[in-house]
Design a protein around this ligand. Structure first.
Ligand code: UD1
Ligand code: CA
Length: 492
């Protein structure tokens, strides 16, 4: 995110508030929707209009918030609010910090860290209107059915905006107004700087209200106007977890709809959750109950789901991923995964390969066309091409202290229940017998067997489990087959 010098002079993101209604040890603006913190969404929207400077005002849980912001947007200026409360004071300290090098001129935009659906597009519209109309202040407003708690937009007879009245300071008549202040504005820097010096804490909350700037700007002869948005979600803040989930669901609805418009089939949008950081190609099909997180990417014609949760997984063209839980994995083109498969970080499945039911994989590279079809664990391993790993195979990679690697070549066929006791290497084209425990390297083309002779203790059941259903059936079977009843001696 490198700022270009094409947008407004600055965006100031307000984020000093306490957010007590979240009832959380995590600062409010660090709570996530769509796989990104609320302040992360706010910073992206702010950056998208390319401000020359970006400041964020912090106070509550200052260090946690500052660290998070520095990770997301190292160029953002972090400004500490002092003991004087209110949105006006927050903007004042930010302005002082931004002015420290050189006085800002031009447009200063103010947004909130807890309004995550605000789009860069709407911000750009606000700035464009503000500059086109040469306003002193342009405020983003919305008409709400229930305006309780919000500042109300006051308009004169001719409809021009004359000021904002906070809910707590409003008269009964003013409380009937449904047009509310979103708290998002474009200001002329000089007007803002001057007006803030006149803002007092003389109101019901004893705070410096940023909203007072509108009336002051008008008194000073400036034009004050509003941009009214019909999209209330874009101005909605999350104060508690009920609002957070409502905003999260709406964000998801928008993301999923955008992907459908871009050519992705989503069978059930209501149960499909896609982070804003995910990318999907045309003709991808997403089946119900699927969650795609982080840097997950899905290539053309792949089918994902149902009942699949993937984080940072790369899926190749035409692959099928069914009922799978995975993270940090790469699935090749035309490959198949699932159902009931657990892919852990470092899993790389080659093109047309397969990881089947009840398999767990971790840190394993599987070559093109190789199949691990059912029941097993493959970790810290490398498997060549066109190898078939039998049912129930396990790489015993951990000796209780260290992890060791298993290397299996190409064209290998392993018998059911083979255990690879790592470190061990199996050559190309080798076979293993059922139940083999591979402790020594297997040369290319060899058959590895670890056979212990089978012993049948005839009549053991009759002697040791008399009166059971097994004994009864065994008795019937031996009698029916007219063979001599077995001696019970052997089993004792
Ligand atoms: C504010 C507006 C109100 C508007 C509403 C929209 C004022 C006086 N009122 O009310 O007109 O309808 O937002 O949601 O501006 N903040 C700071 N420092 C502070 C106080 C707040 O940084 O000292 C930040 C908060 O973290 C938050 C934002 O400013 O992101 C708004 O603060 P909040 O207390 O929610 O303002 P409201 O009283 O709801
Ligand atoms: Ca609020």
């Amino acid at each position: 995110m490198i700022p270009e010098n094409t947008g407004p002079a600055a965006v100031i993101v307000l984020a000093a508030g306490a957010g007590t209604r979240m009832k959380s040890r995590t600062p409010k603006i660090l709570h996530e929707i769509g796989g990104r913190s609320m302040v992360g969404h706010a910073l992206l929207a702010a950056r998208s209009i390319s401000p020359r400077q970006l400041a964020i005002v912090v106070r509550h849980e200052r260090d946690l918030v500052a660290r998070h912001v520095a990770e997301l947007d190292p160029a953002a200026l972090i400004v500490d609010q002092d003991d004087i409360p209110g949105t006006g004071r927050a903007v004042e300290v930010a302005l002082q910090a931004l002015d420290a090098e050189q006085d800002l001129t031009g447009t200063v935009v103010v947004t909130y860290g807890d309004v995550p659906l605000l789009s860069g597009q709407l911000l750009a519209e606000l700035v464009a209107t503000h500059e086109r109309e040469a306003n002193a202040v342009t405020v983003l407003t919305a008409d709400l059915d229930d305006a309780t708690g919000y500042g109300r937009i006051l308009r004169g007879e001719d409809g021009t905006v004359t000021g904002i009245r906070e809910h707590k300071d409003a008269s009964d008549a003013e409380r009937l107004i449904r047009e509310v202040n979103s708290g998002i504005y474009a200001f002329d820097a000089a007007v803002l700087r001057d007006a803030l010096t006149h803002v007092t804490t003389d109101n019901s909350q004893g705070e410096k209200y940023l909203t007072d700037v509108l009336g002051l700007a008008r008194k000073a002869g400036g034009r004050v106007a509003a941009v009214v948005t019909a999209d209330r979600w874009q101005v909605e803040g999350a104060n508690d977890r009920v609002q957070l989930s409502a905003l999260g669901a709406e964000l998801n609805r928008r993301i999923v709809e955008a992907w459908m418009r871009a050519g992705v089939t989503v069978v059930d949008p209501a149960t499909t959750w896609v982070d804003s950081s995910v990318t999907l190609d045309e003709d991808v099909r997403i089946l119900p109950n699927t969650q795609l997180h982080g840097a997950t990417t899905v290539a053309r014609d792949a089918v994902v789901g149902p009942d699949t949760t993937l984080t940072d997984v790369t899926i190749g063209e035409g692959a099928k991923v069914t009922r799978t839980h995975g993270s940090g994995a790469v699935i090749g083109a035309g490959a198949a995964v699932g159902p009931f498969t657990y892919l852990r970080p470092g899993t790389v499945l080659g093109d047309t390969g397969k990881i089947g039911a009840f398999y767990e994989t971790k840190n394993v590279t599987i070559g093109r066309g190789s199949k691990l079809s059912h029941l097993g664990y493959a970790g810290d391993a490398e498997i060549g091409e066109d190898t078939n790993i039998g049912c129930g195979n396990i790489t015993a990679n951990y000796d209780g202290e260290k992890k060791h690697r298993t290397v299996i070549g190409s064209g290998v066929r392993t018998g059911s229940n083979t255990v690879f006791v790592a470190p061990v290497t199996v050559g190309d084209g080798a076979y293993s017998g059922a139940g083999a425990v591979i402790r020594k390297d297997v040369p290319a083309g060899a058959l590895a067997v670890t056979v212990a002779a089978q012993r049948n203790a005839e009549g053991w059941v009759a002697a040791n489990r008399p009166g059971t259903r097994s004994a009864e059936l065994a008795q019937a079977a031996t009698t029916d087959s007219s063979s001599t009843p077995a001696s019970t001696e052997e089993g004792k």
